[in-house]
Ligand binder design. Structure first.
Ligand SMILES: Cc1cc2nc3c(=O)[nH]c(=O)nc-3n(C[C@H](O)[C@H](O)[C@H](O)COP(=O)(O)OP(=O)(O)OC[C@H]3O[C@@H](n4cnc5c(N)ncnc54)[C@H](O)[C@@H]3O)c2cc1C
Length: 398
């Protein structure tokens, strides 16, 4: 008698599982989008795929000029020139910037199977990665450290297939009809769609102590930091004379014992309604014709500012627990001057969501938004840009 030691059900399972796995692999695996990917690396790295004849005759594809000084049409280069010092990469979507807007766009694009390439810039994680406790990002009842939040966003994007050019900057863009070209670390990348999420930098005072006490009393966002325990029932200083400065000062009256509004002129630059509101508030005291010369701190927090009267030259010291700098922001958009429609202050103009003046190019976050400038609004716009890009790509048949 032939006795089998294996339970027939187990035996059947042993056959079934690889069979099911094969079916799953053949029919249900996630399709990675086809990438036209060709390059001729320099030196002795093997040629992966040379541009085809059609690609080489395409005057819309650009290559690094043999001198490395700019873009030249791929069509104008001979094969030896291509082999010598040009590489070509074609992507579905390139995302410039890795702040809240960039990583959120990356999560959405990656989940849409677009395998986006994120160029992080020299500040991976963006502005929020430079701060400490973030108390107003939804989902974290106890708050979360800025760097932790940004790392979590990066991991989430990577998990779905986002590719990263870490600590790399885009130094040149070519936004003629798509495909677009960007230069990253001397390489040229082509992309069918582009999402710009380069953020904006707050203007700094540039005085001694400002950098040293940043995050320990010096801040650039009242909405973000005003409610922190360190500022409650304390005298606070706001520097600036525009609408933002008035808004920040008014916001801080909810927490501060007194708000000093320091302005270098003898009247505010703000709109009349904002100026009237700020100057009429019992907790706000303007200090005219005055500049901050230094920020002082002791133990672990700001304790005072040194002031100078611009008319008399007289110096003084003012005790305070925080310095809120509200002298404006500079969007990081110089790269796009003359290539995209920008407003007079350099913010990228968007239409119908996140579409810029060039079809196929989308913009999100603080480089677009001069009003809200919050992590959550930047993230929201990143999501919108990804969805707009995805629709654009499916509409354009890419
Ligand atoms: C000190 C501080 C504290 C803050 N705290 C809070 C808070 O508690 N809560 C809150 O909601 N908001 C806070 N904010 C505001 C918040 O940080 C911003 O609104 C948010 O970071 C904007 O995100 P973003 O993606 O648009 O731009 P950013 O975060 O500014 O990111 C821009 C990204 O673009 C990259 N980049 C720029 N140029 C290039 C280039 N040429 N090539 C490649 N990459 C490039 C940079 O490296 C960076 O990764 C704070 C801001 C500051 C300054």
């Amino acid at each position: 008698m032939n006795l089998s030691l294996v339970d027939p059900r187990v035996e059947a399972k042993g056959f079934l599982l690889p069979f099911l796995a094969a079916i799953r692999f053949l029919f249900f695996r996630k399709q990675t989008p086809k990438q036209t990917f060709f390059y001729t690396p320099p030196g002795n790295v093997p040629l992966v795929q040379a541009p085809s004849r059609t690609e080489r005759s395409n005057t819309r594809l650009f290559a690094l000029s043999p001198e490395g000084a700019g873009f030249v049409p791929l069509a104008s280069l001979s094969i030896p020139a291509l082999k010598k010092d040009n590489r070509f990469f074609m992507e579905n979507v390139i995302i410039i910037g890795s702040g809240c807007a960039g990583w959120t766009a990356a999560i959405y694009c990656a989940r849409a199977n677009l395998a986006p390439l994120v160029v992080t810039g020299i500040q991976p994680g963006g502005l929020l990665a430079t701060t400490t406790l973030v108390e107003n990002f939804p989902g974290f009842p106890e708050g979360i450290l800025g760097p932790d939040l940004m790392l979590a966003m990066q991991k989430q994007a990577e998990r779905f297939g986002a590719k990263i050019q870490y600590l790399s900057e885009v130094t040149e863009v070519h936004l003629d009809p798509p495909p677009f070209s960007v230069r990253v670390n001397g390489q040229i990348w082509h992309t069918r769609a582009l999402i710009i999420a380069v953020g904006a930098q707050p203007r700094r005072l540039g005085v001694p102590g400002e950098k040293e006490w940043e995050g320990k009393g010096v801040t650039y966002c009242a909405t973000c930091d005003g409610a922190l325990p360190m500022f409650r029932n304390q005298p606070l200083v706001v520097v600036g004379g525009g609408d933002s400065a008035c808004e920040e000062a008014l916001y801080l009256t909810r927490f501060a014992s007194q708000v000093y509004l320091i302005h270098r002129r003898d009247r505010l630059r703000a709109s009349k309604i904002m100026a009237d509101r700020a100057l009429g508030h019992p907790k706000i005291q303007p200090i005219w014709n005055t500049v901050v010369e230094a920020v002082l701190g002791e133990k672990n927090q700001v304790c005072a500012v040194e002031l100078k009267n611009t008319q008399t030259g007289q110096t003084s010291k003012l005790d305070c627990a925080g310095v809120f700098v509200a002298i404006g922001h500079v969007p990081n958009t110089r790269l796009f001057e003359g290539k995209l429609e920008l407003d007079p202050d350099g913010y990228i103009r968007v239409f119908q969501g996140t579409r810029t003046s060039v079809p196929g190019v989308f913009a999100a976050g603080d480089c677009v938004d001069r009003i809200y400038r919050q992590a959550i609004t930047a993230a929201g716009m990143g999501c919108m840009a990804a969805m707009d890009a995805e629709r654009y790509l499916s509409g354009s048949g890419s």
